[in-house]
Design a protein around this ligand. Sequence first.
Ligand code: ADP
Length: 402
Amino acid sequence: MKILVINAGSSSIKYQLLDMADQQIMASGIIERIGEPNGSLAHKKFINGEEQKTVFERTIKDHKEGMHLLIETITSAETGVISDKNEISAIGHRVVQGGEAFRQATLIDESTKRAIEENNVLAPLHNPANLTGIRTAEELFPGTPNVAVFDTEFHQTMPPKAFMYALPYEFYTDLKIRRYGYHGTSHKYVAKRIAKAIDKRPEEANVITVHLGNGGSISAVQQGKCIDTSMGMTPLAGVMMGSRCGDIDPAISGYVADQKNLSAGEVDAILNKESGLKGICGMNDMRDIHESAAQGDERAKLAVDMFTYVVKKYIGSYFAALGTVDAIAFTAGIGENDDIVRAAVCTNMQGLGVEIDLAANEGRISSEKRISTEDSKVQVWVIPTNEELQIAKDTVAILEKQ
Ligand code: ADP
């Protein structure tokens, strides 16, 4: 069974075609700058483990033209991996915000689309783009089932004491203000894999999943169910990120707006795009930051210290929330590649039963690997995430239920 996974943004479409017989990627790619003069498609085809890359540059008017190009590319003799688009059994769409309506992946029909649209207010940058991807796929793949897989669904098991904010209760009932959490597909995938890695069933394991990429979030997963997560109503909350501030005193927003004569929207843009690592040291990529820190840049050092300290604090608080912890899993760009960050987060945690093996931790890690010592009570692992595979698996599960 072949599943196409689509992640549609406002001016981009990321895709992956997977063969679920062996769960291997057949092709993947990204279409960027849709609607601008200098659009592009970067496509990779995988045959027997070999990767063949093609890049097209041309104007791509809209998502429909982008999706047409995608179909041509995956079916053409030169770049393709299938001969006809009808070989695709279903399309799995990443949808960012499912609100409280969606606790699991869902076959898309008119009511699903309406419900996704109702959540646009909670994710104005993402949900409308995700819907455009769905509508375009429906048009260009008539008769092929479409499934929505939500970033928020894994976190819907959080109890009210974890998802409610201490605000007037009507803010929750009238405005839907609550913690939703994001990166759910990654946390779900990694929580399952880490349970397997430590020889437990997901229902037997308490784990902390630490997703650190450009955006970052940490989840406490008790016996397979998320009980708390660091992102909030929006992906701005929680740990410090590339350009997002993470948790700050909520009074700061109003104070900055008054002092600098900015609108709420302008302050919001600063907190999302000019803060985090970038706000402290002017860079948002950890590789550049380590390089500068090594050359003595004090701001870069401070950024790393702040970043690793807040991650450590979240992990500590989830030990308290979970009671006992079997394992911690690091994932995503920084979690998988950055040994300095992992070491800084995990040192001085002996009191919690965490002992990192600095030799095992060294370097970039591209496959599942334990990085704690033999004696560490809590195992620490690097588990590379695979959100596309999780979306494809969830899509297959929905098809099988029909
Ligand atoms: P996204 O949230 O955009 O999906 P990724 O999970 O791909 O992000 O993570 C991207 C981030 O990972 C980069 O901004 C960079 O900070 C970090 N990163 C990638 N490779 C390395 C590396 N070798 N060492 C340290 N950090 C890295």
